[in-house]
Design a protein around this ligand. Sequence first.
Ligand code: ASP
Length: 582
Amino acid sequence: MYRTHTCGELRLEHAGESATLSGWVQRSRDLGGMTFVDLRDRYGITQLIFNMDENEDLCRQARKLGREYVIRASGIVTERSKKNPKMLTGDIEILVTELNILKAAEVPPFTIENDTDGGDELRMKYRYMDLRRPSIRKNMELRHRMAQEVRRYLDSRGFLEIETPFLIKSTPEGARDFIVPSRMNEGQFYALPQSPQTFKQLLMVAGYDKYFQIVRCFRDEDLRADRQPEFTQIDCEMSFVERDDVLDAFEGLTKHLFREVLSVEIEGTFEKMPYSQAMEEYGTDKPDLRFEMKISELTSLAKGKGFRVFDEAEYIGAICAEGCAGYSRKELDGLTDFVTRPQIGAKGLIHARCNGDGSFKSSVDKFFNQDELKAWAEQLKAAPGDLILILAGEKESTRKALSELRLEMGNRLGLRIMDTYRPLWVVDFPLLEWNEESQRFHAMHHPFTSPKIEDLALFDSDPGKVRANAYDLVINGVEIGGGSIRIHDTDLQKLMFKNLGFTEEEARKQFGFLINAFRYGAPPHGGIAFGFDRWVALFAGLDSIRDVIAFPKNNSGRDVMIDTPSDVSEEQLDELRLQRKK
Ligand code: ASP
């Protein structure tokens, strides 16, 4: 028998019993008369002790154990004289009477502990060892728990988990497809799904009125910290629903996960904020509501006073940093550096201090008198002691920069408190997005998203203003999921394709199967998909999704462990009738 207990299981109450453990050698310490070995498995660490006086041979054997050796040890559970309150098994140790080396190991390339000395690339190359580290293991356990709770909750609400194919025809989700050549169909290709969007809609046509799937999706995009070429969605769809039915159902799921996994009770219903308000007040469609510090527009107040930067700007906006009027020159320079870095792209930062005596001191005093600065302060509801930070320029990018500055100030002032959660629904997104390159509208979400019925008339006058019946779930500034009510009316779908610049022929070629299906009885339906990796990362308190994925890719989309993408043989290419382009 390899083990009677795990390495995380034994306590004082087991003292006197015999036990057999198997696991990996975390480390071994030789203290002359005694040798101590920390034995690790998935469940924890237990100290083994070998005593020279009692069994010299065994003790000598123990001294030879290297890190990550896999061993089996049997002995008596004994109360420790020096207890370790930091370890769950710290009250006991095992006085070993029998030792077997199950597999010797080479010296690992980095330390298998929470604080490792291994760089990113190295840990990815030896991911199976990285996964032994308790901090990563905790993430895997959290991910598992969340997946189980998603299934438990949705099952209890009558949702069916149904798998959809991976080898499909390209779906229009805005990103690039990964394509797979077909051997049996010469010269033709499958695409890997960017999401099961069309299939879940077909399932609604089929009458499976509540569907979900925890499913891998594939997008050939440039990668960032929170992006992977393959990622997991909790994909859901419901029939005979209006927007709020969908939001209620998944607010329920969200609260369930918080309660069961984090023991956090989210009170009340989630706030619903229109996209336009989110952009105006927070400069982003995923506002972090853990703190206020809303953006105020100063364009009409600050323009036309002879300050060129403002006079030439399309938009002037500001935030008020409470209690920061005393910021030093150096601190302000730091903020200027922050907003002018290329990722943020502002040209400069203007500030105005609200002094304790009610007067103002600004970096543009030459152009604005005290009354004018007072008007800014009033607009921002700034009080004496506060610092007003102003950016000016083109509207969209300036709002975006203000949003980043707001988050930075939130960080500096400690307002983005860990373990506090502020979920909200962002609703009423624009339906269409103008694309400069192709000189036509693209669907902001996807072409099956329904416009808001009250906006239909705008298609003729101002298509860019049509709002979508779409929604995102945002928690603490992270977009956790998004979805929409779909178009189930054939004429409306035609109108949509027309506005997206598809000819009937093109639409039929790409989505014929869906258009056809809708002719045979499509119920009103809508759904949502959650980024599962991001949700796990949020619950784990991590920024990057990499540490919540067992085998992630690096920033260039490579798996450095199995060393892929990699070459294939000429025979394989021949079979597929593919030729390398010279
Ligand atoms: N398929 C969409 C996505 O992956 C989500 C949805 O509309 O349900 O973003």
